[in-house]
Design a protein. Sequence first.
Length: 222
Amino acid sequence: MSTKEEDIETYNNLLSFFQSDILYFISSLRRPGHVLSAEEIRAEVNYRLIRYRENSIKKNEESLTKSGFAKLFCGTCKNVVRWTCQGVKPRDVKYFQNKRPNYVVNQNGDTFFDFICSITGESNENFLEFEKCDRMKNIKTWIEEYSDFLTERELLVFKGMAKGLGVNEIGIELGVTHQAVTCLWQTLQEKIKSNIRVELNSSSDADFIKKATYSINRLFPS
């Protein structure tokens, strides 16, 4: 049984409403030796609250009330602060272990390790493939100009992401937190996947449609 859209919207609104309280509670739990900042910990808390959103709603309907959601985020904060004291993932732990604070390479105070991390990146193959396909551009145009299944804010987030903007930049434009943008992004992905269906036939365009479908699935993975 899928979660009702109105319940998801209520949950997302509560998450957005409690952002300052979540940050304050994390700050009260965080110790000076914690490798993540309070903002970074909040991002991890938000990620988990969004990831397990449907389970939380199904297990306890009180999570859709202010008091119930407050209990939910407090428990999540306690766990995340404890779990991330040395980093989120093993590679994070290795990152902090490899940092050499006395080896500064520029006037910003960056170590050599920080400097390498800042200039080394990877191209996002999903978006490159998305841009190369004319049919994907048509789908993008249809979503932006002709469809009505996205809310006004979700559509603004979609357009921002299509331009290559990050969640922080989109949040500044919309006047909301980057956590709220993340909520909207996940919700609109689900809507796009549920509203776009491609059926293949024996026409000569079948191969092109398959590639477009593959691109959609890679861009919006389950």
